[in-house]
Write a protein that binds this ligand. Structure first.
Ligand code: KIV
Length: 302
């Protein structure tokens, strides 16, 4: 608990939020540790876009924070992820990296930041690590993008791959639709998964595919799979933090479990604030600064 008597006007520092609690012996999560979790204790990955959420998710023991290009939708308010830039990812990665102390931070490579040439891909991935302070990048695609993954990995940058429903291809896919439901499409996704593993990816996101297919890919690969809408048999699970917290009123996708009703709670808190301000109940005396007491007059002066 922060001693607020020292926080006169401002914010608590970025001191480790978990110091002194049960996580004290935690070590930063690394690529070898993530690889080592294949077939073991399932990994958790949650998206984060700012330091405050990063600090809370880190404190909760979430191993991987993904600065997803989903920020185009949940932070920027767009209907897809296509407008996100490398500058956006770098900016949000820096905030997340400042807020987290143990979690492995992954920066998503935005649309067209890695598809044009492998040289550009390496440069952009490098910026996400050097300027964004992320530990790895994630990019979408299978066999066709595998040579680019190889180039980035050869530059010393860990790559998390992403196959199945790849949101940057929303228009080519005809919407955010489950992929790999028939045998031919499933075989292609399995081949894509093998290709990205062979290219050197250290982990693989499986999004929006049937549970049986995700189980087959997980069994086949030697790198961990992290599922979203891909059933329980992956080596880990990822959710967008706003979905996990129930921040949206009107969106209830089948693959999301709402662990809280954040939307209802935030609206209620903001309404309570508005009502107390209107009734002049806030700020109370405990929230109001006083004047300094006048010093006692020195004897003989008057
Ligand atoms: O951008 C994102 O949040 C993602 C996850 C949904 C895996 O790619």
């Amino acid at each position: 608990m922060t001693d607020t008597s020292e926080v006169k006007y401002g914010r608590p520092s970025a001191a480790p939020a978990v110091a002194g609690d049960a996580h004290e012996d935690r070590k930063p999560v690394t690529v070898p540790e993530i690889r080592g979790r294949k077939g073991g204790l399932p990994l958790t990955m949650v998206t984060a876009y700012d330091a405050t959420f990063a600090r809370m998710l880190d404190e909760a023991g979430v191993e991987i924070l993904l600065v997803g290009d989903s920020l185009g939708m949940v932070v920027q308010g767009n209907t897809d992820t296509l407008g996100v830039s490398v500058d956006d990812i770098v900016y949000h990665c820096r905030a997340v990296a400042r807020g987290s102390h143990y979690a492995h931070v992954v920066g998503d490579m935005p649309f067209l930041s890695y598809q044009i040439t492998a040289d550009e891909a390496v440069r952009n991935a490098g910026r996400i690590l050097a300027q964004g302070r992320a530990h790895a990048v994630k990019l979408e695609g299978g066999a066709t993008i595998a040579p680019t993954i190889r180039r980035i990995v050869d530059a010393g940058i860990p790559v998390m791959a992403h196959v199945g429903l790849t949101p940057q291809s929303v228009h080519a896919l005809g919407g955010f639709r489950v992929q790999g439901r028939d045998a031919e499409a499933a075989d292609k996704i399995l081949a894509d998964a093998r290709a990205v593993e062979d290219a050197g990816a250290y982990a693989l996101v499986l999004e929006g595919i049937p549970g049986e297919l995700a189980a087959r890919i997980t069994e086949t690969l030697s790198i961990p799979t992290i599922g979203i809408g891909a059933g329980v048999h992956c080596d880990g699970q990822v959710l967008v933090c706003y979905d996990l917290l129930g921040m949206t009123a009107d969106l209830h996708p089948k693959f999301v479990k709402r662990y809280d009703e954040g939307h209802t709670r935030v609206v209620a808190a903001a309404q309570a604030f508005r009502d107390e301000v209107r009734r002049r109940q806030f700020p109370g005396p405990e929230h109001t600064f006083g004047m300094r007491k006048r010093p006692l007059p020195v004897a003989g002066t008057g």
